[in-house]
Design a protein around this ligand. Structure first.
Ligand code: SF4
Ligand code: SF4
Length: 589
């Protein structure tokens, strides 16, 4: 096939297709989301689906593998925390059909709550991990990972990072594999039923498997030595390989494609020929510490930071204490664009009212985490997916009855179904009194508007069963469940205020679709305008933090609010805030 240009995530999808994957499952998470979306759009022969969370998605693919099919699971780095339970035992059972888990890390925290380095999971769970350095390797390593999975009877992890997933480079697509065995039922309880008696034996197998893979990887082309000149050597992997080549073009390079287990014999041979050895890797000193433990002297994190992404400039600054010119230097200072909810976001009014009610808000992961930003300033905690409800229960336990009334948990519809529901069960079971607000915008907004079990549509866009959130909350024992349109500011405030006073668990579902919803759920209305004769410059509307409302200090005698009609969607929330009736609706013509 002709070469083409693909993003890393498109190339991962291509690799899975070429490998003959039959089942793919994931929960969306930046920067991994587009892998499953690409599979759903371009490779209909693969049964692809969104799972409610990463644990379920891995369990679905484990089942497919046990049935003899090749199966792919993808997630972002923090998703592996959720999926860790099945992952660690899957390492013992091994596979029938090849099983690959692609995990995308997010150095620099472009869209994450932490910067964890997933290579530790590969070592911890004792499974191999490939790490591509560009899109072609993303394709090729994914395909290869399925072969290795079956050859060594192991799940295989493939690590990406934001730069690999979202950058585009040349890919050489290959013909898909043929002749894979048909899936079937095959009983093998000694391998697949992990009771202690079976698991003890499998642990020996796991250790032997790792040793065999380490030896195997010394002779495979994905771990290669690129000869340079002089006595400087670099051991590197992933996107850091690209930076190492740019900063040290003359150096000898040991490029690792398999970052766990390490090819120790190859590393020894390489190190023996270098007087100065660097390990250039992003985030933790994962390779460096293991090389050091082999008794080899290296430089790494003594020169480069464990925090954030690397770049050619950062590598040069660390190694030589000097900056090298970057490829692009802006000629002008670009205007600041602080993160903000969209104009007309259904969450804005809820946070505006939580601020006015002086609630202590335990938050969660989603667009609505932006509720912590001024001027809304209405989020006090945010830990991980689904944590808001448990956090509210815990803090309520240690407060006075009066302070307890202030505690409100906020969580999105997708996040609630991901892992929030467990917290709500605990809340009822253990007699918490906090108020829970489910911000139901009918999508997984932050990752790009994906469907979930509460939207009524599958990954492929087919109609599906829609979870009844009210019924679900009642079924776990919540007696007070309400739903409300959050565009009604006063009604929203009155309901939240009343339920905060209630000495029992209550759930408020604020229901209105995301302004960017991909289906026809949004009714855009004509934009608003500010009547200059009525605006008293009180600045109350600015407390909404709507990007469509600007302050013009030169207007009138004391300045004046103005509406950017290009982005105003006519939600009329600001109109309800203004006590002077200064907002009007533009003529539709
Ligand atoms: S994408 Fe949707 S949920 Fe996210 S800020 Fe915009 S309107 Fe709100
Ligand atoms: S109506 Fe008001 S709050 Fe809504 S988008 Fe326009 S300016 Fe923003």
């Amino acid at each position: 096939m002709d070469k083409t240009i693909l993003s890393g995530n498109e190339a991962f999808a291509r690799g899975a297709f070429e490998a003959g994957v039959k089942v793919a499952s994931a929960y969306p998470g930046t920067p991994s989301t587009e892998i499953l979306e690409n599979i759903a759009h371009h490779y209909p022969s693969i049964d692809s689906s969104w799972a409610p969370n990463e644990k379920v998605s891995l369990e679905v693919t484990i089942g497919a593998s046990f049935g003899g099919a090749r199966a792919l699971c993808t997630m972002k780095h923090v998703g592996v925390n959720v999926a860790a339970d099945p992952l660690f035992t899957l390492s013992y059972t091994g596979v029938r059909g090849g099983l690959v888990l692609i995990v995308a890390d997010d150095p620099e925290l472009h869209s994450s709550q932490n910067e964890q380095d997933s290579r530790h999971y590969a070592r911890f769970a004792k499974v191999p991990m490939f790490e591509p350095s560009d899109s072609e390797e993303a394709r090729a390593f994914t395909r290869l990972a399925f072969e290795a999975s079956e050859q060594f009877d192991t799940p295989v992890m493939v690590r990406s990072t934001t730069r690999i997933s979202h950058s585009k480079s040349i890919v050489y697509p290959q013909t898909p594999v043929e002749g894979l065995p048909e899936p079937s039922l095959a009983r093998d309880p000694a391998k697949l039923v992990m009771l202690p008696g079976n698991a003890r034996k499998r642990h020996y197998f796991v250790e032997e498997r790792l040793a065999k893979m380490a030896e195997w990887s010394c002779s495979q082309s994905f771990n290669r030595i690129e000869e340079g000149q002089g006595e400087v050597g670099v051991i590197t992997a992933g996107v850091a390989y690209q930076y190492a080549k740019e900063v040290l073009p003359e150096a000898h390079v040991l490029k690792l494609g398999l970052v766990h287990p390490l090819p120790k014999q190859l590393i020894r041979e390489f190190a023996a020929r270098c007087k100065t050895l660097y390990v250039i890797e992003e985030l933790d000193p994962f390779i460096e510490e293991q090389v050091r433990a082999m008794g080899i002297e290296v430089h790494g994190k003594d020169l480069l930071s464990v925090c954030g992404e690397l770049s050619p400039g950062r590598v040069a600054a660390g190694l030589f204490k000097e900056e090298i010119p970057q490829g692009f230097t802006p000629t002008e200072t670009l205007p600041q664009r602080p993160p903000n909810m969209c104009p007309g976001c259904p969450h804005r009014g809820v946070f505006y009212q939580l601020n006015r009610l002086k609630a202590y808000v335990t938050g969660d992961i989603g667009c609505y985490t932006l509720g912590f930003m001024p001027p809304l300033s209405a989020m006090d905690t945010c830990v991980c997916m689904g944590a808001s409800i448990g956090n509210a229960t815990g803090i309520s336990k240690v407060l006075t009855p009066e302070d307890r009334k202030k505690v409100v948990a906020v969580i999105g519809d997708s996040t609630f179904l991901h892992t929030g529901i467990n917290g709500l069960i605990d809340m009822v079971y253990n007699g918490s009194t906090a108020t829970v607000i489910i911000l139901d915008n009918s999508t997984t907004g932050m990752t790009g508007r994906q469907d979930h079990p509460g939207t009524g549509y599958s990954l492929k866009g087919d109609p599906s069963y829609q979870v009844d959130l009210e019924g679900l909350c009642r079924s776990v024992g919540v007696k007070h469940v309400y739903s409300i349109d959050p565009y009604g500011l006063d009604e929203t405030r009155d309901l939240i205020k009343r339920e905060m006073e209630r000495p029992e668990v209550s759930v408020i579902i604020t229901r209105r679709a995301c302004m960017l919803h991909k289906r026809d759920l949004i009714q855009r209305k004509p934009p608003l305008f500010v009547d200059a004769d009525k605006c008293t410059a009180c600045k109350a509307c600015l407390k909404l933090g709507c990007p469509a409302i600007k302050w013009n200090p030169a207007a009138g005698t004391k300045g004046q609010a103005e509406i950017d009609k290009l982005i105003c969607v006519g939600c009329e929330v600001c109109m309800q805030v203004c006590k002077f009736g200064a907002f009007g609706v533009c003529d539709e013509k």
